[in-house]
Design a protein around this ligand. Structure first.
Ligand SMILES: Cc1ncc(COP(=O)(O)O)c(C=O)c1O
Length: 340
């Protein structure tokens, strides 16, 4: 059965281009290109907007007028969802998981939290201990928020963490078609960062169901490869079940997830990491973000220099955006730049 793509609301600017990185290509002896999904053109929404195109279409089908989503205070996904909601004339509620040390609610907000305030989002703050006591997942809090909204006459639609659910997977399944055309169907190794798994899962579905000639590699920037292998296999199986009538029949394969590049933890960048992003900026005129693409890109270069024979001559790295987070590292960057 041919694939039947569900409805989507066009929000992203596409196709995004493949940009060659000539100096890094020379240094690593491979043709390395950047897939510029940081330029999807939607208020810096990077990879998130591709998932949201499908999720918002589903929300509209359900008659929603209010999106409910979640993330940490600096979640790119929550901010992208808030922009999408406002673009469509809807309201937005964000369930914010507070960090272990708590959030200072009277302190000025910055970064994505500030942007969510600017957009007039409603917030449901969940203290870290309550989140853990709820099983370490967002679902109970998302459902509570949706129940409360329904009780006051709103029509909420829940978008889970990172938009990484079967409907969100269509974003990168769809993007695979663009990659095939942009790369002229060349054989390649494609790398991406893994944060909640939906981008990788969508590309994996695209690879298999569209018979795309690439090998997919994910670099986890939190948790572990084992955790994501399980989580993403679960997501792929759910997508099979949910979209069997759309021609999705993914046959399970083991996934290439490369561990070892998380560093000291999610969103923690070492001085050495930040120096590396500075070097890449000077060498190629591109900006990697300190939470996702920076760690994954660095991981990719380490892998191809350690085992060049394991990878094809064409390497593509998905730049999934997130550069606004740079400004959350201003003090650390300033210190490093002063010492340089
Ligand atoms: C900039 C950026 N890149 C990559 C990712 C990872 O994508 P995913 O959550 O689909 O694994 C995220 C979000 O988690 C992100 O904000």
């Amino acid at each position: 059965m041919d694939l039947i793509f569900p409805d989507r609301i066009a929000l992203a600017q596409r196709p995004t281009v493949l940009q060659p990185l000539p100096r890094l290509s020379k240094r690593y002896g491979k043709k390395i290109s950047l897939w510029r999904d940081d330029l999807t053109g939607w208020e810096f929404s990077g990879n998130k907007i591709r998932k949201l195109e499908y999720l918002c279409a589903e929300a509209a089908r359900h008659g929603a007028d209010h999106l409910v989503t979640c993330g940490g205070p600096q979640s790119n996904h929550a901010r992208a969802t808030a922009f999408a909601a406002r673009r469509l004339g809807w309201d937005i509620t964000v369930v914010v998981r507070e960090p272990p040390e708590g959030l200072h609610h009277n302190a000025p907000a910055s970064g994505n939290l500030l942007l969510n305030q600017l957009l007039g989002a409603n917030f449901l703050y969940v203290p870290y201990d309550d989140y853990q006591a709820g099983g370490g997942v967002y679902e109970p809090f998302l459902e509570k928020a949706a129940r409360e909204l329904t009780a006051v006459g709103a029509r909420p639609y829940i978008i889970p963490e990172g938009g990484s659910c079967p409907t969100g997977c269509w974003g990168y399944l769809d993007a695979t078609r663009e990659l095939l055309s942009e790369s002229n169907g060349e054989t390649l190794d494609l790398f991406c960062a893994i944060g909640s798994g939906g981008t990788f899962a969508g590309l994996e579905l695209g690879r298999e169901l569209l018979d795309a000639p690439f090998r997919l590699h994910g670099v986890n920037i939190c948790d572990s490869a084992g955790y994501f292998e399980q989580r993403i296999q679960g997501l792929l199986a759910d997508t099979n079940t949910r979209y069997a009538d759309h021609g999705v029949d993914y046959i399970q394969e083991s996934l290439n997830i490369h561990d070892g590049f998380v560093g000291s933890g999610y969103a923690v960048a070492s001085d050495d990491d930040l120096r590396f992003y500075g070097e890449i900026a000077r060498e190629e005129g591109i900006l990697l973000d300190p939470v996702y693409t920076g760690k994954a890109f660095r991981g990719m270069l380490a892998l191809i220099s350690e085992q060049p024979g394991e990878f094809s001559e064409n390497i593509v790295f998905l730049h999934s955006g997130g550069q606004l987070a740079t400004f959350a590292y201003t003090d650390q960057y300033s210190r490093i730049l002063k010492d340089a």
